[in-house]
Design a protein around this ligand. Structure first.
Ligand code: LLP
Length: 421
C-alpha cells in the first residue's frame, strides 16, 4: 500500500497534488512519501516481532541513500547496511548510530576498512579470507577488535534477474559455504577479529520465499557445524531481497509470510538475527514524476517522449524492468504507446506496446515503484544533470535533493594547460 492515489481525478502524493510539485520544483523529479516509508518500515519490523531476540534491521542504503530518507528510517529504529565509505558517511550524517551500521561488499578498500573501524561501526560482513586478514591487521594495529560475520555463498538460484542474483556459486559474492569451517578456524585465531556469525544475501526482487528458505536452511546447518567445532556464534545476517509488486495486482510474498518463514527456519538458532531490506522499504514509497515533451507518431504506436530518461531511472534500460506508468490527470481515454526518454540511444525506452492513459504534450505522468534503485542509480549521461528529489509529509513537501544542473557538473572539469599550448 502506498500514498500515491487519485483524488477527484488527479494524482496526489499524500495530501499534495503532484501537479503542484511539478510546478514548483520542475520535472523530472522523484517524489517520496514519508507516510509510505514509515508504513513499510513498521510493517517489516512488525513482521519480525516475536523472534526470541530483538533483530537488527539495517536498511540497505544503496536502495535509497537520500539523507532525508535515512533520517526518517533512523527514527523508525532502523540501522544501515552500507557498501562504501560514501554510504557510511551518509548513514552517520543522517544520525544513525555507528554501532547500527553493517558494512557489506566484496571490494572494501584498505581506507574504507580503516575509516569504518575508526567510526566504530557495528559489524563487517567480510567476503573473503583475504579481506578478513587485511581487516585483522588494520584492527590489531589500532588495538581494537572488529566484530564481523563471514558472508557465505550458498549456491542457491534466487530465481530473479541474472544481474541482481548474488548467491550462485559463480557470483563474486561471499565464500563458498563449504569453505566456512576452514576459514572460521583460520580467521578466528586472528587477534583483530571477533568472528561472530555468518551472513548471506542471494539476490534482489525475489518473488518466492523458497530460495530464501533453502539458503537459510543451509546457513542453519553450517551454524550447527561451526558450533560443533567450538565457535561462538551470536549473530546471523539474513540479508535483504524480498521483492515488491511492480504491477497492479501482482502478488508477492508479504513481509509477514517472510517473517513466519524466518521464524520457522531459525527456531532454535539462539542468535541475534540481522536483516538488510532495501527495496521492500523504499520501492513503493517513491515515484518519478515526469512531463510529456511531445507525442511523436510511430509506425505501429506513437512514441510518448517524456522528460525523464534512462539517466534518471536506469532500471528499464539495465534490466528490462517494468515500471507502471500513469497520467497525473487521466482523461479516462487509453492509448497504446512506446514510452521513451530523450537520450540518444534506443536503450532509453521505458516501455513498448504499453497500454496507458492517453497523453499529449505538456501532460504530467509518473513511473511508479521508483523509490528504490531510482535516483541512487542516476547519472548525468547526455549532460542532463542530476534529477531532483522531493519528500512529501501530509500537506507539506520539501526538496530533499536539489537538481544538479549540467553546468555544475562541467564546473568540476577543466582543460589542462598542455592542451591549450
Ligand atoms: N544486502 C546486500 C548485501 C545487497 O547486495 C543488497 C542488494 C541488499 C542487501 C538489498 O537488497 P533488496 O532488499 O533491496 O533486494 N539495482 C538493482 C538491485 C541491486 C541490488 C543489489 N544488492 C535493481 O534496480 O533492481
Amino acid at each position: 500500500m502506498d500514498h500515491f492515489q487519485l483524488r477527484n481525478g488527479e494524482l496526489y502524493a499524500e495530501d499534495v497534488p503532484l501537479a503542484r510539485i511539478a510546478d514548483e520544483v520542475g520535472t523530472p523529479v522523484y517524489v517520496y512519501s514519508r507516510a509510505t516509508f514509515e508504513r513499510h518500515a513498521r510493517v517489516f519490523v512488525e513482521a519480525l516481532s516475536g523472534l526470541p531476540k530483538k533483530p537488527h534491521i539495517a536498511f540497505a542504503v544503496k536502495a535509497n541513500p537520500n539523507l532525508a530518507v535515512l533520517s526518517l528510517l533512523s527514527r523508525e529504529g532502523l540501522g544501515a547496511d552500507v557498501v562504501s565509505g560514501g554510504e557510511m558517511a551518509r548513514a552517520l550524517a543522517a544520525g544513525m548510530p555507528a554501532t547500527d551500521i553493517v558494512f557489506s561488499g566484496v571490494g572494501k578498500t584498505h581506507r574504507e576498512l580503516a575509516d569504518a573501524l575508526d567510526a566504530g561501526i557495528g559489524q563487517f560482513n567480510i567476503e573473503s579470507g583475504e579481506e578478513g586478514r587485511e581487516l585483522a591487521e588494520i584492527a590489531a594495529a589500532r588495538g581494537v577488535v572488529a566484530d564481523c560475520a563471514l558472508r557465505v555463498n550458498p549456491d542457491v538460484d534466487a530465481g530473479t534477474h541474472d544481474k541482481i542474483s548474488t548467491g550462485k556459486a559463480d557470483n563474486k559474492f561471499g565464500v563458498p559455504i563449504g569453505h566456512a569451517p576452514q576459514l572460521f578456524a583460520k580467521l578466528s585465531q586472528l587477534p583483530g577479529l571477533n568472528l561472530r556469525g555468518l551472513a548471506v544475501h542471494i539476490g534482489s526482487q525475489l518473488s518466492e520465499l523458497t530460495p530464501l528458505e533453502t539458503a537459510f536452511t543451509k546457513l542453519g546447518d553450517m551454524l550447527a557445524t561451526l558450533r560443533e567445532a567450538g565457535h561462538a556464534i551470536t549473530h546471523m545476517d539474513l540479508g535483504g531481497g524480498l521483492g515488491v509488486p511492480y504491477r497492479a495486482g501482482e502478488q508477492l510474498p508479504s513481509p509477514f509470510e517472510y517473517g513466519e518463514m524466518v521464524k520457522r527456519v531459525t527456531a532454535g538458532w539462539d542468535v541475534t538475527l540481522m536483516f538488510e531490506p532495501g527495496r521492500v522499504i523504499a520501492g513503493n514509497a517513491g515515484v518519478l514524476l515526469t512531463r510529456v515533451i511531445r507525442v511523436k507518431r510511430g509506425l505501429k504506436h506513437p512514441f510518448v517522449i517524456v522528460d525523464a530518461a534512462m539517466n534518471d531511472l536506469a532500471r528499464p534500460a539495465l534490466y528490462g524492468a517494468y515500471h507502471d506508468f500513469a497520467a497525473v490527470a487521466p482523461s479516462g481515454e487509453r492509448m497504446l504507446a512506446n514510452i521513451v526518454g530523450p537520450i540518444c540511444e534506443t536503450g532509453d525506452t521505458f516501455a513498448t506496446d504499453r497500454e496507458t492513459d492517453a497523453l499529449v504534450a505538456g501532460d504530467l505522468a509518473i513511473f511508479r515503484t521508483a523509490g528504490a534503485y531510482g535516483a541512487t542509480m542516476a547519472s548525468s549521461y547526455n549532460s542532463r544533470g542530476f534529477v531532483a528529489e522531493v519528500m512529501v509529509d501530509g500537506s507539506q513537501f520539501a526538496t530533499v535533493a536539489d537538481r544538479i544542473p549540467p553546468g555544475d557538473i562541467a564546473d568540476a572539469e577543466r582543460v589542462p594547460d598542455f592542451l591549450k599550448a
